[in-house]
Design a protein around this ligand. Structure first.
Ligand SMILES: Nc1ncnc2c1ncn2[C@@H]1O[C@H](COP(=O)(O)OP(=O)(O)OP(=O)(O)O)[C@@H](O)[C@H]1O
Ligand SMILES: [Mg+2]
Length: 294
C-alpha cells in the first residue's frame, strides 16, 4: 500500500526554512522552464507523463517541481501521498495566497518535489471567478519559487476551464499528450484555439513544446495510422520519442512510485528517460542558437 507522507521541507525540524537556500542541485542560472501538460481529452496520459517525465529529468540531475492542478489528484496519489493527509494544497495557493514554500512536499525521488492537489480544488474554479486577475493566480505563486527549479510541470485536468487557463498562462510551453487510439485528434482543434487565445490575450510567450504520442502499440495498425496522421499534421512539433503501451506504467502509481523506480528496465521507463533527454537536447540546441545577451 502507498505510504503516507507529510514531509514538507519547511516543517522538518532540521531544515527550518533554509532548504531552498541550500539546494545544491544545478539550477539553469535561474532560468527555469514551466511546462503545462494539457489535453482536455481524458485518459490520454497527462498524469503518467507529468510523473514520469518529471522523475526522469530528476534522475538526470535536474531539480523538478510537479504541480498537481487536477482535483482528481492522481499525480499526488500516484507519487504515494495519502490524499486524506494532505493539509495544504494548490487550492490554498490559488485561493488564499498561501506561500507555495509552505505547500511543497518532497517525493521519494531525489530532486522531485510536488505541490499536491486536493478534491477542494473543484471549488476553486468557481471561487476564482469573482477574483481580480483570476487567470494569473497560478503564475503569481509559481513566480515566487520558479528560480528554485530547473523545470516546473503542471499536470492539468481534462478540461479547458479556468484552472487549465491558469496553467497555460503560467507556462512557457505546453506538452500535449495524444493517445494512439480512435479519435486521437478529436478535440485538438479546440485545444489549439485555446492556446492561441492565451497567446493573444494572456501569455504571448506560450509555445507548443510538443505533441507526445502515448500508449503506442506497434502491433496495431490503428496505432501506426495515428502516428502517421499526427506527424503529417504537426510535423516537427511532434516529439521523436514514442511512449509505448506498457503495463508497468499503469502499475507503478499503485506503488506510489514513478516507473523508473518501480522497474527501471521496462519500456515505459526507457521511453520517458528518452523523452527527458530529447527535451534537454532541444533546449541545449536552442540555447546554443540563441544570440549572446548584450
Ligand atoms: N503508456 C502507457 N501504457 C499503459 N498504460 C498507460 C500508459 N499511459 C497511461 N496509461 C494508463 O492509462 C490511464 C490514463 O492515463 P493518465 O491518468 O496518465 O491519463 P490522464 O490524461 O492524466 O487522465 P485524466 O484526463 O483523467 O487526468 C491510467 O490508468 C494510466 O495508468
Ligand atoms: Mg490526469
Amino acid at each position: 500500500m502507498a505510504k503516507s507522507k507529510k514531509n514538507c521541507y519547511f516543517c522538518r525540524p532540521n531544515n527550518g526554512n533554509d532548504y531552498l537556500e541550500t539546494i545544491d542541485h544545478k539550477i539553469n542560472n535561474g532560468m527555469s522552464k514551466v511546462f503545462a501538460i494539457a489535453n482536455q481529452k481524458g485518459g490520454v496520459g497527462k498524469t503518467t507523463t507529468s510523473i514520469n517525465l518529471g522523475a526522469s529529468l530528476a534522475v538526470l540531475d535536474k531539480k523538478i517541481l510537479l504541480i498537481d492542478a487536477d482535483p482528481q489528484a492522481n499525480c499526488t496519489s500516484g507519487l504515494g501521498f495519502e490524499l486524506r493527509n494532505i493539509e495544504k494544497s494548490i487550492y490554498d495557493c490559488l485561493t488564499e495566497d498561501v506561500d507555495p514554500k509552505d505547500v511543497i512536499l518532497k517525493t521519494e525521488t531525489d530532486g522531485l518535489d510536488i505541490i499536491p492537489s486536493h478534491i477542494d480544488l473543484v471549488g476553486a474554479e468557481i471561487e476564482l471567478l469573482s477574483q481580480e486577475n483570476r487567470e494569473y493566480k497560478m503564475k503569481a505563486f509559481i513566480d515566487k519559487i520558479r528560480d528554485q527549479y530547473d523545470y516546473i510541470m503542471i499536470d492539468c485536468s481534462p478540461s479547458l476551464g479556468l484552472l487549465t487557463v491558469n496553467a497555460l498562462t503560467a507556462a512557457d510551453g505546453v506538452i500535449i499528450p495524444v493517445q494512439c487510439e480512435y479519435f486521437a485528434l478529436e478535440g485538438l482543434g479546440k485545444l489549439l484555439n485555446t492556446v492561441k487565445m492565451i497567446q493573444a490575450r494572456l501569455n504571448p510567450e506560450l509555445q507548443i513544446e510538443g505533441f507526445l504520442l502515448t500508449m503506442y502499440d506497434s502491433r496495431l495498425r490503428l496505432s501506426n495510422q495515428v502516428v502517421e496522421e499526427v506527424r503529417q499534421h504537426f510535423q516537427d512539433m511532434v516529439f521523436n520519442t514514442l511512449i509505448l503501451r506498457n503495463t508497468r506504467l499503469s502499475e507503478a502509481p499503485s506503488f506510489g512510485k514513478p516507473v523508473i523506480e518501480y522497474d527501471a528496465a521496462c519500456n515505459g521507463a526507457v521511453n520517458y528517460l528518452n523523452l527527458a533527454k530529447e527535451i534537454l537536447e532541444k533546449e541545449a540546441k536552442a540555447q546554443g542558437e540563441a544570440p549572446a545577451q548584450a
